[in-house]
Design a protein around this ligand. Structure first.
Ligand SMILES: [Zn+2]
Length: 665
């Protein structure tokens, strides 16, 4: 294919993909299947791979580009980002309305009411239709530059068809509720602290130094303000303008002719909130006319033409009957308050999390206390505070156990960690969670290995680690309570079938602390067998891209344990695949899929040898530095490529770093 042909095909593909992105992520109305979409994207990637010079920064392949960074640059906002004053009841709302009426001296005032999203405020800048910069609100004057991370948010178009030469818009980035719940479950499984609410989760996800982490979190956005580039006459017109440009706007909004109508919206919206896929903490009420907004003006930090109506927090007061400690798969001890049942935003709640020992101490929660509980992020209830006035003196302080409540082994808290863990190598509570994790969907996917069966296996003393699962017999299973012939046969069949799972799944299923699905995939691709991985030192693991020091230390500690060796021996005897099958793909290696550019002379390493090393490590050498370049290897007397790399923020490697990366040192 000639370059001109490629150019027009690329343009056509990008436009097509952009249209489908908009249908899927912005309008929620996809026209093609995921497979068809992937097909388009693969075709684009392939073609761009053949014509790297034709890659454009707004290409759909360029959403997740760039490397982890040291920190964030700051951005000074063109104008202060105002924050809204809150109204906590209808009376405060009425006072706001009166103030507006006084300034506008009897002119008709229309309001526009919009849901208040529980997320993180950001500002996006487009120049000639290209998304060029994104920043957080920060303190309102100076924010953090998070462009690379915002590019990974799929509902933010990288390119707008009919935008003004310069456009600055404001919106709210959020994590949908379902994804918030999933993310927290994942974090708990990996022994990480849970996010308290969707806003923290959104902020934590967006403020990642590595944009690839952000890309893994399904963040979404609603835009709601035009700051530069156009002056629509009303807020309603501004939203329509943003919509027409292809930006994502919340379809919920209510024009109101007077205060009564606003109050009606507040009442009508209250019961709908729980059913929305995103969390809201209230409504925003704005004077619709921009001319009137200007007339009203602003105070130092907040506009006089808008107010946020906050719904009462979803809290309730009840009594702590007891505090129990639950033991997770990684041995993490989580204290939980058992409560007198109480109604909380539509459900009856009888337990609430206390998170960890420090939280109990800080809040001074005692058994018998009256406490305020709240649905944190409206998902799991948590204990917020103690009603001290209600104390009778009979409350008992809770003593955090120094022994595991299940197995009696010592509990330790590593320095700097909030979580205490059971150190028992054969703790039944941990074993139960580990077995469930082993058989879970993302792990070995063993159908029928649910909590009831696992519990029964442990009680019958049939299983001491995951390896034992493969030696269960029909007779063993039939001895379990209520286990029928057919379900026993099904379970044995799905256990047997799980021996064929790919290495990455097995590695994830083993439940090594900090090793999630992504890390398991990376390690499996790199080492290709458990035997190979088992002997790698933590220092070497740390050099593997995407494997941080915590994962490295945890993996190496896991394989050093005698208990692990015994289990692996059982898995081996059972015929579980402990290695990837077939030849290593030729591109597998520490530089798999990476593009490198060489500049300058390397001591003791002829250029051809360097190229050979790169090829063997799975990388590719290209001659020019572009945004797609992953590393510039810098020798002595580097040429103009170094300047170009600096300009594009392409990471550089010294000769020593390069040799270490390809494992030649
Ligand atoms: Zn234990």
């Amino acid at each position: 294919m000639r370059e001109e042909e490629a150019r027009s095909e690329l343009a056509r593909l990008r436009q097509e993909i952009r249209r489908h992105d908009r249908l899927y992520y912005v309008l929620d109305a996809p026209e093609i299947s995921d497979e068809e979409y992937d097909g388009l994207l693969r075709r684009l990637e392939e073609l761009e791979g053949r014509f790297p010079a034709l890659v454009t920064p707004d290409s759909p392949t360029q959403r997740v580009a760039g490397q982890p960074r040291e920190g964030f640059q700051t951005v000074r906002h063109s104008r202060v980002l105002l924050s809204l004053e809150d109204a906590f009841n209808l009376q405060e709302l009425a006072q706001f309305h009166q103030r507006v009426g006084r300034v506008l001296a009897g002119d008709e005032t229309e309001y526009l009411v919009e849901p208040k999203i529980d997320g993180l405020t950001v500002v996006l800048r487009y120049r000639d239709g290209l998304f060029v910069q994104g920043a957080t609100r920060g303190d309102g004057t100076v924010g953090e530059e998070v462009t690379a991370n915002l590019r990974a948010v799929r509902s933010i178009p990288l390119h707008l068809e009919e935008a003004p030469p310069f456009l600055e818009v404001r919106g709210e980035v959020f994590l949908p509720r379902a994804d918030f719940a999933r993310l927290n479950e994942e974090r708990q499984r990996e022994g990480l602290p849970r996010f308290a609410n969707p806003r923290n989760a959104a902020a934590g996800s967006l403020r990642q130094l590595d944009p690839r982490v952000t890309a893994g979190r399904p963040l979404d956005i609603f835009l709601y303000e035009v700051r530069e580039g156009a002056e629509p006459p009303t807020q309603a017109a501004a939203l329509e303008f943003l919509e027409r440009l292809g930006l994502k706007v919340n379809p919920l909004r209510w024009p109101c002719a007077d205060l009564e109508q606003v109050e009606q919206v507040i009442r009508d919206f209250a019961p709908r909130r729980d059913g929305l896929p995103y969390a809201t903490d209230g409504l925003v009420i704005k004077v619709n006319s921009l001319a009137q907004q200007r007339e009203l003006g602003e105070r130092s930090r907040s506009p006089r033409w808008a107010i946020a109506y906050k719904y009462p927090a979803q809290e309730a007061t009840t009594t702590v009957r007891d505090i129990v400690v639950q033991v997770g798969r990684t041995g993490a001890l989580t204290p939980t308050a058992l409560l007198d049942p109480v109604r909380l935003s539509g459900t009856v709640v009888s337990r609430a999390t206390l998170h960890n020992e420090d939280q109990i101490r800080e809040k001074d929660v005692r058994i018998g206390d009256q406490v305020v509980v709240r649905k944190a992020g409206e998902i799991i209830p948590e204990v917020v505070s103690v009603v001290r006035e209600a104390r009778t003196g009979r409350e008992r302080p809770f003593v955090f156990p120094d022994r595991c409540p299940v197995c009696g082994a010592e509990v330790v808290r590593e320095p700097g960690e909030a979580v205490a863990r059971c150190t028992g190598v054969s703790c039944p509570a941990q074993l139960r969670e580990r077995l469930l994790h082993f058989g879970s969907r993302g792990g070995m996917d063993i159908d029928g290995l649910g909590p009831v069966v696992v519990e029964a296996l442990l009680v019958a003393d049939l299983v001491h680690d995951a390896g034992d699962l493969y030696f269960l017999t029909r007779e063993d299973l039939l001895k379990l309570p209520r286990k029928a012939e057919k379900s026993a046969a099904n379970l044995l069949a799905s256990i047997a079938a799980s021996r064929e799972r790919p290495l990455a799944r097995l590695l994830f299923a083993l439940g090594i602390r900090h090793v999630g699905e992504r890390a398991a995939t990376v390690l499996a691709a790199r080492y290709r067998s458990l035997d190979a991985l088992a002997v790698v030192a933590a220092e070497e693991l740390r050099q593997v891209p995407e494997i941080g020091p915590a994962i490295a230390a945890s993996v190496s500690a896991f394989f050093r344990q005698e208990q692990t060796r015994r289990m692996l021996e059982k898995l081996r005897r059972a015929g579980v695949h402990l290695a990837e099958r077939g030849e290593a793909p030729p591109r597998a290696g520490p530089l798999q899929g990476k593009q490198l550019v060489l500049t300058g002379t390397m001591r003791e390493l002829p250029r051809a040898a360097a190229e050979e090393l790169i090829a063997r490590a799975g990388g590719r050498v290209t001659s020019t530095v572009t945004r797609r370049t992953d590393y510039l290897v810098v020798g002595e007397d580097p040429g103009s490529k170094l300047a170009r790399a600096r300009e594009l923020a392409v990471p550089q490697l010294t000769q020593e770093e390069f040799l270490r990366l390809v494992g030649k040192e």
